[in-house]
Structures are given as C-alpha cells and as structure tokens.
Design a binder for this molecule. Structure first.
Ligand SMILES: Cc1ncc(COP(=O)(O)O)c(C=O)c1O
Length: 505
C-alpha cells in the first residue's frame, strides 16, 4: 500500500521521469514507479533528484511548520559527520550515548525535575514529540492497569482526558494503544482546554489528563497550574490519584526562557511526564524529541527492554530500534553553543517578529487575532468578514510570494471558524516579518479585485401587503415590485421595512 500520495497513479503525467540536465548523461526516460533496469552515474542520479526537488517549497518561507529550517554551518558539519552512526549501537558509540544522556539531564533540570544530587534524570531521546507522547501514554496506561489489578478492579477501559485542540498524535496514541480519548469541547473565544471541564470529565478509568503548552492551533499555553490544583482536589476526594502529562512540544523550549515564573512543569506535583520537540524550538532539524519523567517510579520497569547483543546491557524504551545519531548531536551542539542566554535571546527575537506580524495584521483591520501575546511565537488570525473562503483565498494568494501559510477549520464545535497560522521561527527575522505583512496587504487587494471574489447581487423589493396570493404552505406569496442587478464582494443582509422586504440573493 502506498501511504504517501502526492498525485494519483492516473493523474501522474507520465510513468517515466525526464530531467533536462541529466539528459546529458541519461538518454532514455526513467521508470517512475519501477526499479530502473540499469545503473547510472552518480552525477546523473544527483542531477535528476536535485532537479526534481526544486519543485518543493522554500523551507525558510514555510510558515506552516514549527520545525527548524536553519542551523549554523558548524552544526550541519557535525550532523554530516555523525550521519553513519546508528544511535541504537550504544556500546559501539558510547560518546553519542553519553551526549544523549547529557541532553536528557539538561532538559530535566530545565523542567525542574526533582533530581537528587548525583542522581540521573529519567528520559529518552525520540524521533519527535509524537513518539515521546506514545511512550509517556504507555507508561500512564501500564501504571493505571497495575494499580487497578492490585485493587482487583476492572482495567479494560482506560481513558485519557485532553482538550479538543490536541494534535493528531494524541488521537493516534488513543487508537493504536486502545485508550478512549475524552476531549473537552472548545467554545467560541476559548480555544484551549478548560481545566475545570477537564477535571469534571476525569473518572476512575482516566490514566492521565494531558495539557498542552503551546496549542497547535494558536500557540496558546493551557493553564497547567490551575489543572494541578483542581485535579489535586478531586484526587483527594476520590482517591484516584490521576496524574498530568504536559505536551510541551512547542512551548517546552519557550516557557523556561521567556516566562520562568510560569509554573507549568515538574514544580507541580501531579505532572509526571513532559514531552518536548527538539526539532521545534529546541532548534534542531526534523527528527528529534524528548520524553522526560519526573522520577524512576513514574516509568514502569516492565516497559524497559534490556538488549545485550550489541555489547553490554543497554536499557531501551523507544518504539523503533535503529535511528540516526545526527539529531542528538545537533541538540547537544545547540545546548552547548547557546546556553540559557542564547535560547532566551532567540525566543525573544521570535516573539518580537510575532509582535511585528500581529500588529501589522491588526493595522490592516480585517482580522481577529486568535493567538495570545504570551505563548509560543505564533500568530493565528481569522477574517472578521463572515466568509470562510477568504482564509483559503489568502493562503493561496500568499503562495504567489513564496509564503506557505496554512488555512484550516478549527476543531468540532467551533469548526465554523477558519484560521490562518503563522509560526515564527528563528529564521523569520524582523525584515521578513515586515515583508510578510506588506505581502498580505497586496494579496488582499488582489483577492478583493478578482472577478472570482465578486458575487452577483440581485436586489429586489417585494410588497407583502399588495400580494393577495396565499401559497400552498399558507404563507403570503410576495409580489416583486423592483429588481436591480449589480455585483459586490459581500452578500447584503436582508432588511425589513414596513410591509416591505428588501433582500439580496
Ligand atoms: C502540541 C503538539 N503536540 C505534538 C506534536 C507532534 O510533534 P512532532 O512533530 O514533534 O512529532 C505537535 C506538532 O506540531 C504539537 O503541536
């Protein structure tokens, strides 16, 4: 089964691929979907693939993604140097293993894990936050099952409480590992999980409540402190001992630097595990995340595998076996290179660029900003005009300038709200932020003036009183008095005047 589809087999223009530059070396077309019969020179293979990749978007202008698109050349070099090391061969690459352990400890300290002197932190490098969330979720599920078994109670209906704004990886966790996902509905004006409603949904089968530090939809931080307080009260009443996981995929490398007084992490007793994406504001290219546990007791020992066929005994808790080492090395480079000060400066710069964009959009006057000033450096906005298509049109129009800005509908219950989201990363400096705002203005002008945007309007005047006819439904059939045709950009609202109705369709 082909799981990744860009264009269907039928739509693909041809079953062969051509390459202008490589035609110097390759004289015959190459099969698109079958292994070529013969080998080719390395120059030709390079050119063919290089040319095809020119059709991808420019990662630096991709404002859709939190994932890092720029690193220093020194780090690129280190990554290439480590590219042939399999991370899982820990006995063969002890320096790499040690570096990952240093990273785990640095992050655990950053998140205020209660680690005693000379005690190692408990955590693991993952492919991204998704894998980290699967592992943390499994640990909660197993701990809950063990407790229920010990109490002689049923343990076949675990559930997890989250906001409806969770990223798809939580739905994956729930489906793959057979845990019911109980989502707190979002409401107009409140785009994150309400802690009180979440605690109300907790029952004896709840393995944990997952709070998000940096909602995927608008970058907003959920109130973990309030959640901890309300859940503690409920735990005291019920004896359930329900814990909290914090999905700090984007906020985990923002909050400690910009909002050190915000209490969201292991300072809160019910927070037992936290995930963070190294490849988001950890400032590493795609492929690294971290799962950190509060203590050894929060990670059931039976989930840890001990492998010895690579040398000495190595404990592992990951979903897959082999993976590259480069991202771990790159994460360590960033920690060493930037330190607390460097991360703080970069996060402040990102927030400054986000401010420039937010205020620029506000000045245009046509948008509601639905992200918060305090949160991840994200600007999410919707049109004030009641036309869902406008967000998609703007997203498309910005493509003309190279910007990739997604437009999407919000989760169920507020799905009528269509939002555009700009993720500000380190490589979107102040100059580009200004440019972006001016390009939004130009794009809007084009949308407003395009024939596709103007809609035909027919204004008619009807007179109810003068019509004596009664329709089959018993209502008065209106008599049209006048009819004018014009075009505009917005439908007109129907207005009622005494005895007459003026309307637009
Ligand atoms: C809140 C949140 N959780 C989890 C994820 C998944 O993270 P990753 O891409 O690192 O697997 C994302 C991705 O954007 C996210 O925003």
């Amino acid at each position: 089964m082909v799981l990744t589809v860009v264009e269907s087999f039928e739509e693909a223009s041809s079953s062969v691929i051509d390459s202008v530059f490589a035609s110097r070396y390759v004289r015959e077309p190459l099969p698109r979907y079958r292994l070529p019969e013969r080998e080719m020179s390395k120059e030709a293979a390079y050119e063919i693939i290089h040319d095809e990749l020119l059709l991808d978007g420019n990662p630096r202008l991709n404002l859709a993604s939190f994932v890092t698109t720029w690193m220093e050349p020194e780090c690129d070099k280190l990554m290439v140097e480590a590219i042939n090391k399999n991370y899982v061969d820990m006995d063969e690459y002890p320096a790499t293993t040690d570096i990952q352990n240093r990273c785990v400890n640095m992050i655990a300290h950053l998140f205020n894990a209660p680690i005693r002197e000379k005690e190692p932190a408990v955590g693991v490098g993952t492919v991204g936050s998704s894998e980290a969330i699967m592992l943390a979720g499994l640990a909660f599920k197993r701990k809950w099952q063990n407790r229920r078994k010990a109490e002689g109670k049923p343990h076949d209906k675990p559930n997890i409480v989250t906001g409806a704004n969770v990223q798809v990886c939580w739905e994956k966790f729930a489906r793959y590992f057979e845990v019911e996902l109980k989502e707190v509905k979002l409401t107009e004006g409140c785009y994150v999980m309400d802690p009180a409603k979440a605690v109300e949904m907790v029952d004896e089968n709840t393995i944990c409540v997952a709070a998000i530090l940096g909602s995927t939809f608008n970058g907003e931080f959920e109130d973990v402190k309030l959640l901890n307080k309300l859940l503690t009260q409920k735990n005291n009443r019920t004896g359930w001992n329900t814990p909290i996981h914090v999905d700090a995929a984007s906020g985990g490398f923002v909050a400690p630097f910009l909002y050190p007084d915000l209490v969201w992490d292991f300072r809160l007793p019910l927070v037992k595990s936290i995930n963070v994406s190294g490849h988001k504001y950890g400032l590493v290219y795609a492929g690294v995340g971290w799962a950190i546990w509060r203590s050894k007791e929060d990670l059931p020992d039976e989930l840890i595998f001990h492998i010895d066929y690579l040398g000495s005994d190595q404990p592992t808790f990951t979903l897959n076996f082999s993976k590259g080492s480069s991202q771990i090395i790159a994460q360590y480079y960033q920690f060493l290179r930037l330190g607390f000060e460097g991360y703080k400066n970069i996060m402040s710069n990102c927030m400054e660029s986000a401010r420039v964009i937010r205020e620029g959009l506000q000045r245009i006057g046509r948008f509601n900003i639905i992200s918060k000033e305090k949160g991840a450096p994200v600007v999410a906005f919707s049109f004030k005009e009641n036309d869902k298509s406008l967000a998609f049109k703007l997203s498309k129009a910005l493509r003309y300038f190279g910007w990739i800005v997604p437009a999407y509908s919000m989760p169920p219950d507020i799905e009528d709200l269509t939002v555009l989201r700009v993720v500000v990363r380190e490589d979107l400096g102040r100059g580009l932020a200004d440019k972006f705002v001016s390009h939004v203005q130009v794009a809007l002008k084009e949308i407003d003036s395009s024939p596709a945007h103007t809609i035909p309007r027919i204004t008619f005047t009807i007179d109810l009183k003068q019509s004596g006819d009664i329709g089959v439904d018993g209502r008065v059939v209106p008599r049209i008095v006048t009819r004018e045709e014009e075009s505009g950009t917005e439908p007109r609202k129907i207005t009622l005047t005494s005895g007459k109705t003026k309307g637009t369709c």
